[in-house]
Design a binder for this molecule. Structure first.
Ligand SMILES: [Zn+2]
Length: 163
């Protein structure tokens, strides 16, 4: 089976860590997303993968481990947010997602559903988003969801939205 020229071109443009992830069109399917769904739903996370991210300190996008000394990146609404239900990421993976993900960054105007405003979990994601960068992180799970938390000095980088 040959890889199409278009796919090769897309793969060449990806950060190294993401070059072997599955693609849907031009977009990388994040490690944390349930990739068996067709059509893909980027909001449907895979519970097994979340466990691996938490227990083995794997990145939610590329699935590789965060190593000692790596910056822990998180994406979420702009507010005093010190807890995320989505896994930590490598900084390079978070920046890729902010630019290309169908639910974040450039894609958000097309893909975000105004109906999500009625959903308590999704509503905050309709506002302005940021990347949070921290020296390390911790995680725990309660009955409702995962809580991935940045630790140490946290920096916030606003995600630019193309209009
Ligand atoms: Zn990564």
């Amino acid at each position: 089976m040959s890889v199409s020229a278009k796919e090769q071109e897309v793969r060449r443009s990806l950060p190294n860590k993401l070059s072997d992830r599955p693609l849907r069109g031009r977009i990388v399917v994040p490690f944390m997303v349930d990739e068996s769904r067709d059509p893909i739903d980027f909001k449907a996370l895979d519970e097994e993968r979340l466990k691996q991210c938490a227990g083995q300190r794997r990145c939610g996008i590329c699935g590789r481990k965060l190593k000692r000394g790596d910056t822990y990146a998180f994406i979420g609404p702009v507010r005093d947010l010190l807890c995320f239900d989505n896994p930590w990421m490598h900084e390079v993976c978070a920046r890729y997602s902010a630019r290309h993900c169908s639910f974040l960054g450039d894609g958000q105007r097309r893909y975000r559903d105004p109906a999500d405003a009625d959903d308590e979990l999704l509503a905050p994601w309709l506002g302005e988003l940021a990347i949070y960068l921290a020296p390390t992180g911790s995680v725990h799970r309660d009955a409702l969801s995962w809580h991935f938390q940045p630790h140490g000095r946290v920096r916030q980088v606003r995600i630019e939205v193309a209009s």
